[in-house]
Design a protein around this ligand. Structure first.
Ligand code: PHB
Length: 394
């Protein structure tokens, strides 16, 4: 009798623990192949590192299952198909990740239709967040860096040449930079857009050299593309011709600095994150990264966006005690503030669901034998996406 009772009790408590053990599935889409396909792991590693460090903060019985998928680079059809499968078949509670704007745009209508919160951890074209009320972004917009860079450059240079990849973030970078540079009295001598995949850099940069601008403003997707631009810029003798290279931090992406070599020295950029930032939260982040992944490994801005995005997801899970309601999740995202991000204080603008953050003026310098994006000035604090701010005034 006693034994039977015990067994029944054990069965009951097992049932109760099974019922309360809750796995929250997150569909994580990024690029592990294709253009700059080496960047996916910089995002996934950040998500996993945050999860490992903070799993104890999840409500009792709640765990996260990260389901990773390769969108194969800028490939909106593939991204859409993966998001659809994650929503319908895997029944994920949220979507996250995404390096490339066209992919984020393709997923946006699915997030709306299925009411699945979608945390953008990289893609930076301003308009993305307007495409679904279920999107919140923890990365950046190109306007956020290129507009203040234009303001700064207009005080230093008379003429600028703009060279950008021909897709969303490139168009934003070009417009944001040009508007600010011209408003500050500078003259844009050319606006050239190059194909996203395999442009003939030597041909484009020779034309820049012939135009003799004071400065060359470049946006290209971070990663190997940035190194290709840097090498061609140097090989064709643009530095010797007195042309200064500037851009958002994508052009001196932290993890590529060792591959770029000394040609990167002195390049000035505006950005929200540098692995060399000396905030205590960043030092701890970089140290944890090296401890987990190796002394020669460095996180980059895609890692920072993914780390912070995971922190935001954790907050939503904690506040809802593991029971994810999409609309409640979006309310929590809209009010999220993170004073201690590796990049400094950040928050989500409740009106636009876009990131608010500092912009740092940086220069590539040699620090303790290594090239680094040294933050020389906090150029602007609590910057909202300038494109959205300007739209409001229209
Ligand atoms: C984007 O597609 O939005 C994108 C890609 C690479 C970057 C920045 C933005 O470095």
């Amino acid at each position: 009798m006693k034994l039977v009772k015990l067994a029944a009790l054990a069965a009951l408590s097992l049932a109760a623990s099974v019922a309360s053990a809750q796995v929250i599935k997150i569909g994580f889409i990024t690029s592990y192949s294709g253009l700059n396909g080496n960047l996916g792991p910089y995002m996934e590693r950040a998500v996993r590192l945050y999860m490992k460090q903070h799993e104890k903060e999840l409500p009792p019985g709640v765990s996260i299952q990260l389901i990773t998928r390769d969108d194969t680079g800028p490939n909106p059809d593939k991204a859409k198909q993966l998001a659809q499968e994650l929503i319908v078949r895997d029944r994920v509670a949220m979507l996250a990740g995404v390096i490339f704007t066209p992919n984020a745009m393709a997923i946006a209508p699915l997030a709306t239709e299925a009411k699945v919160p979608f945390v953008i951890m990289n893609a930076g074209t301003a308009v993305i967040t307007t495409r679904s009320p279920y999107i919140a972004r923890t990365s950046f917009t190109l306007w956020q860096s290129s507009f203040p860079l234009g303001q700064w450059a207009s005080k230093k240079y008379k003429t600028a040449y703009s060279l950008v990849s021909d897709f969303g973030p490139g168009h934003d970078a070009e417009t944001g930079f040009s508007q600010a540079f011209e408003a500050g009295g500078g003259k844009i001598v050319a606006k050239v857009r190059v194909p996203l995949q395999n442009p003939d850099w030597a041909a484009y940069l020779q034309r820049v050299k012939d135009a003799k601008p004071d400065t060359l403003f470049v946006f290209i997707p971070a990663g190997k593309t940035a190194t290709a631009v840097m090498k061609n810029f140097s090989d064709l003798g643009l530095p010797a011709a007195g042309i200064k290279l500037i851009g958002p931090g994508d052009i001196t992406t932290d993890e590529e600095l060792p591959n770029m070599g000394d040609v990167a020295l002195g390049v000035t950029t505006m950005f929200h994150y540098s692995a060399a930032g000396d905030r205590p939260a960043n030092k701890a982040f970089v140290a944890a990264w090296k401890a987990a992944y190796g002394a020669n490994e460095t996180p980059n801005f895609l890692s920072a966006g993914s780390w912070d995005g995971t922190a935001m997801i954790f907050e939503a899970i904690r506040q809802q005690k593991g029971k994810i309601d999409p609309d409640r999740t979006m309310e929590i995202f809209k009010n999220w503030k993170f004073p201690n991000s590796p990049r400094g204080p950040i928050s989500i603008d409740p009106e636009t669901r876009d990131i608010v953050q500092n912009e740092y003026l940086r220069e590539v310098r040699r620090v303790a034998g290594q090239l680094a994006n040294v933050e020389i000035e906090t150029f602007a604090t609590a910057v909202k996406d300038p494109w959205k701010e300007l739209q409001k005034k229209k």
